[in-house]
Ligand binder design. Structure first.
Ligand SMILES: C[S@@+](CC[C@H](N)C(=O)[O-])C[C@H]1O[C@@H](n2cnc3c(N)ncnc32)[C@H](O)[C@@H]1O
Length: 246
């Protein structure tokens, strides 16, 4: 990722604020951000109420410390897809962080939907489990701890929705692995967060749009809890068509 992009005038305030927050936490020896969030949810959210858990996490992100959740402005772009997935949707997420999007996905796609979320960071896995439990959705969401590339090697069956939201330089490699392992079928939807001007995984976008296997839609948005431009790519898998075939 090109970090100089965070020095764009539109992103500068955001960069300074988040750097200051990280510095203050470091100097105070504060627990990791995901642990802070789970502690906050434990105190402030109504148990068994997914919407209230999401609102509580949003409040933390606005009033305490910025969080890299999908957030309330981009979540509707994914929630709009509800009518296009089967009731027993299988959903794969790469990057759980504090479990915000896992809660959003499980509560949006209904009680029969199953979310498998892959996360490399142990604190993030623990926080996500606590927050999903607080939302009453533990029966629908399972977390797999480890690097995406290794965990993907262990997964089987088709997923109806794949949400790419881990480190952006891994999007292309992991999507290709997902394809090779047959985890997508015709009509499966791939959603990739953070594909706007500031965070721009260009190689990934180029692959997605030109490989001939996806119908892509680009939706403009803003980085969660800010006015900084961002975007989400929604790509419907056509199947393993050969590049250039009629
Ligand atoms: C943007 S956050 C995910 C936010 C979450 N999807 C949400 O909207 O609430 C990115 C997460 O990806 C995780 N991550 C980064 N690289 C990873 C990898 N190779 N495998 C699994 N998780 C990874 C990070 O630890 C971080 O928690």
């Amino acid at each position: 990722m090109q970090f100089w992009r965070f020095l764009y005038p539109s992103a500068l305030g955001f960069t300074l604020r988040t750097t200051r927050q990280a510095l203050v936490d470091k100097l105070r020896g504060a627990p990791s951000r995901p642990v802070q969030v789970a502690n906050y949810v434990e105190v402030h959210a109504r148990r068994g109420d997914p919407a209230d858990v999401l609102r509580t996490i949003d409040r933390f992100a606005r009033e305490e410390r910025w969080l890299m959740n999908i957030g309330p402005d981009k979540a509707p772009l994914i929630q709009e897809l509800a009518g296009r997935l089967p009731a027993q949707a299988r959903i794969l997420e790469l990057g759980a962080y504090c479990g915000y999007s896992s809660i959003m996905l499980a509560s949006t796609f209904g009680p029969q939907a199953q979310v498998t979320s892959v996360e490399i960071d142990a604190d993030a896995v623990a926080s996500s489990r606590r927050n999903v439990d607080a939302a009453g959705l533990s029966g629908q969401v399972s977390f797999l701890h480890g690097p995406s590339t290794r965990v993907l090697e262990t997964l089987e069956g088709r997923f109806d929705l794949v949400f790419l939201d881990h480190w952006k330089d891994l999007y292309k490699r992991d999507l290709q692995l997902i394809e090779q392992r047959g985890l997508l079928g015709p009509g499966s939807i791939v959603v990739a967060d953070n594909v706007g001007k500031v965070v721009a995984p260009e190689e990934f976008l180029d692959y997605l749009r030109t490989c001939g296997r996806y119908d892509c839609e680009h939706r403009e948005a803003t980085i969660e809890y800010t006015d900084v431009p961002d975007a989400v790519e929604i790509a419907v898998y056509r199947g393993a068509a050969i590049r250039g075939a009629a």
